[in-house]
Design a protein around this ligand. Structure first.
Ligand SMILES: Cc1cc2nc3c(=O)[nH]c(=O)nc-3n(C[C@H](O)[C@H](O)[C@H](O)COP(=O)(O)OP(=O)(O)OC[C@H]3O[C@@H](n4cnc5c(N)ncnc54)[C@H](O)[C@@H]3O)c2cc1C
Length: 454
């Protein structure tokens, strides 16, 4: 058995664990993204030849915004591309947050490209913008496809605004999101056939095509091929469904060579149960017991249609999966000692995180629940914590009675400022505990949290 809380590979009980964060690689990828932006701006500038002509300034601005917007769109897609090294080093929640922040900018830039280019061409031709737009769409090759592509991307963007998203189910929103790929595919060809930067410079055309094909390759490999391959190789099935508490069930899953999955304590996978009415949706659930003896376990609280249906899954149901993902892992800790706070079903990643803490790490675990019935796996957590020289506090009661303040945390873990803090639970509890930990003296970069909301 080899354990580590540093940035090294971790092997526990002969199981293959995920590689630790490769910060240098992530830095290199960030530098490559910055370099790529420089090349893209250079492309726009190097292909400029008619700045002083009528409409020249607008046309140049249109070209620049188009190229930078398309490049930003590719980065947006890559951030959500489930690229293993990024998922592991940064965490899916942060990648998704960056994806959401960058996406509106790329759309605005692409929209600006359309408006500026039409205005520039109209000025050059001495016609009105609407006339020029119609002429471009009807006479220039691939321009109609690009316009439809922009419409699709805008539709996806609008559907992702919080107000719109709240009104639709996760599955509807996800299905709409798939149109991003169609939108991008439709918009691609007009760039190569009409873009001044590419028509005149073959090397630029090669660079741009490679960039787009590379992005498509990453998406195909990590979002489709790898999950299919792993699902086929591991042949996961439901072995047992156990009721843990009212509305909470555990699924014991069996499979071939599960110990070879690069899975660390605290991580989650997207699970797809291959049953009628369920196979088309994949939901994220953290592993609540790491692979051992050809089995692993997930524990799920009934929060809607999918999670509720799991209680009635027949034994033997085949399961496909995507992942593992997540950076809520023991190797993120800067120090040896840990305070872990779990609310409700947020106990699942904390339970497996404990499995990977080294002996003598004296973890302090705080389990927060409204009712005593909601405390699931607390007996297992007690055993795992005690084996490592730590202990468990149970805070049961309503929010009015139990407040997660700095004073509470200091009373439970007087040396909290020297510990890494791991938080998982409902958003309200996680935010309250985060603020309390900061006030109790824990540096923000030593507070690690997993969110169960999308
Ligand atoms: C990283 C992560 C780990 C999780 N681990 C666990 C766990 O170990 N145990 C557990 O009980 N729950 C876990 N969840 C929450 C679980 O994924 C949702 O409760 C479940 O997907 C709800 O689906 P539903 O159809 O039952 O409910 P719905 O009514 O469809 O949704 C309830 C809530 O879950 C969100 N949600 C629905 N589908 C998805 C999806 N495919 N991806 C992300 N969010 C979705 C919705 O936006 C909504 O906020 C985790 C969530 C995340 C993001």
């Amino acid at each position: 058995m080899q354990l580590s809380v540093g940035h090294r590979r971790v092997a526990v009980h002969g199981r293959r664990s995920a590689a630790a964060p490769r910060h240098r690689l992530v830095d290199a990828l960030a530098a490559a993204a910055g370099l790529g932006l420089g090349v893209v701006v250079g492309l726009a500038v190097s292909s400029e030849s008619s700045l002083s002509a009528p409409g020249g300034g607008l046309t140049f601005a249109g070209r620049l915004t188009g190229l930078v917007g398309a490049y930003a769109m590719l980065l947006t897609v890559l951030l959500a591309g489930r690229l293993g090294v990024l998922e592991r080093a940064i965490g899916q929640d942060r990648l998704v947050a960056w994806h959401r922040r960058l996406a509106p900018w790329s759309l605005v830039l692409i929209g600006a490209h359309t408006v500026l280019t039409v205005l520039g061409y109209a000025q050059r031709a001495g016609t009105g913008p609407l006339h020029e737009f119609w002429s471009l769409v009807t006479t220039t090759r691939w321009m109609l496809a690009a316009t439809v592509g922009l419409g699709l991307l805008t539709f996806v963007g609008v559907s992702s605004y919080r107000g719109a998203r709240r009104r639709m189910s996760h599955e509807t929103w996800w299905s709409v999101h798939l149109y991003t790929y169609l939108g991008l595919a439709l918009a691609f060809t007009h760039q190569i056939t009409s873009g001044a930067a590419f028509v005149a410079q073959p090397w630029a055309r090669t660079f741009w095509i490679a960039l787009w094909l590379g992005t498509a390759g990453v998406v195909l490999a990590y979002r489709v091929l790898l999950p299919v391959w792993r699902s086929v190789v591991h042949r996961v099935r439901v072995e047992r469904v156990t009721e843990e508490a009212p509305g909470i069930v555990s699924l014991t899953l069996t499979g071939r060579s599960l110990h070879t999955l690069p899975l660390s304590g605290g991580q989650f996978l997207h699970w797809r149960f291959l049953r009628r009415g369920m196979w088309w949706q994949a939901h994220p659930y953290s592993v609540s017991a790491l692979p051992a003896g050809g089995r692993l376990r997930i524990t799920v609280k009934d929060l809607g249609d999918h999670s509720r249906a799991l209680a009635d899954l027949p034994v033997g149901t085949r399961v496909a999966f995507e992942g593992p993902y997540g950076a809520f892992t023991a190797d993120r800790a800067a120090g040896r000692r840990v305070l872990a706070i779990a609310g409700g079903v947020g106990v699942t990643p904390i339970r497996t995180l404990l499995e990977e803490l080294p002996p003598g790490s004296a973890p302090i675990v705080v389990l927060r629940a409204t009712h005593v019935d909601d405390l699931v796996h607390d007996d297992e957590i007690e055993v795992l914590a005690r084996r490592r020289g730590g202990f468990v506090h149970r805070l049961v009661g309503s929010r009015r009675d139990v407040h997660m303040s700095a004073a509470t945390l200091l009373a439970l873990a007087p040396d909290i400022a020297q510990r890494d803090v791991y938080l998982c639970g409902p958003d309200g509890l996680t935010e309250q505990a985060y603020r309390a930990a900061v006030r109790a003296g824990v540096p923000a970069d030593r507070i690690h949290h997993e969110t169960f909301s999308s």
